[in-house]
Design a protein around this ligand. Structure first.
Ligand code: MN3
Length: 208
């Protein structure tokens, strides 16, 4: 769904029109974020893996095999950013927010106590990520957890199964929210989050 079977890697299309998330995320933001930033990670990755064995590997394998290796940091950063952005586009949708299915709602209740408690923990993680990075809802094999990562890092390298992410790099929100990261996070949770996608990710994780 998010993985790509082998290189050269491509920029996946957005799953909706560039205007579709307005007024919460503008067409202008998506033009830059998808068309320039995400595209640049794809281009950089392909340039870095040209003539290497990584060209024959799937994206998740490239991420896992380069994580924590200083001489492979460039490949890791770009590969993870390709994956993270594709995952983020699916983590949001037009008319998102609202209530998840009964199954996901029950999982949230058993893991966090309530939807409000999840929202609070997720918002604190996303707002508290110092500098650039990501906040995540992950399935750890038993229940859901909130986590955050710096720069390009991704919870799959620690065996977690992401079900939602929010990009908190400034380029994700600056044109629409300027420095008001908490307002962007609240809007993400209330109006954009894609609980159907979260459920599909959870269902796949349970099968593994
Ligand atoms: Mn980004």
């Amino acid at each position: 769904m998010i993985d790509q079977e082998k290189g050269p890697f491509i920029l996946p299309n957005l799953p909706y029109e560039k205007k579709a998330l307005e007024p919460y995320i503008s067409e202008k933001t998506l033009e830059f974020h998808h068309g320039k930033h995400h595209q640049a990670y794809v281009n950089n990755l392909n340039a870095l893996i040209e003539n290497t064995d990584f060209l024959q590997k799937n994206l998740e394998t490239v991420i896992k095999e380069t994580f924590g290796k200083p001489d492979k940091a460039g490949i890791f950063n770009n590969a993870a950013q390709v994956w993270n952005h594709t995952f983020y586009w699916h983590s949001i949708k037009p008319n998102g927010g609202g209530s998840p299915s009964a199954k996901i709602a029950a999982l949230i209740e058993s893991s966090f106590g309530s939807m409000d408690a999840l929202k609070d923990e997720f918002s604190k993680a996303a707002a508290g990520q110092f500098g650039s990075g990501w906040a995540w809802i992950v399935y750890d094999g038993k229940g859901l957890k909130v986590t955050k990562t710096s720069n390009a890092e991704n919870p799959i390298t620690s065996g977690m199964f992401p079900i939602i992410t929010i990009d908190v790099w400034e380029h994700a929100y600056y044109l629409d929210y300027q420095n008001a990261r908490p307002k962007y996070i609240e809007t993400f949770f209330n109006h954009l989050i894609n609980w159907d996608f979260a459920e599909r990710c959870y269902d796949r994780a349970v099968l593994k």
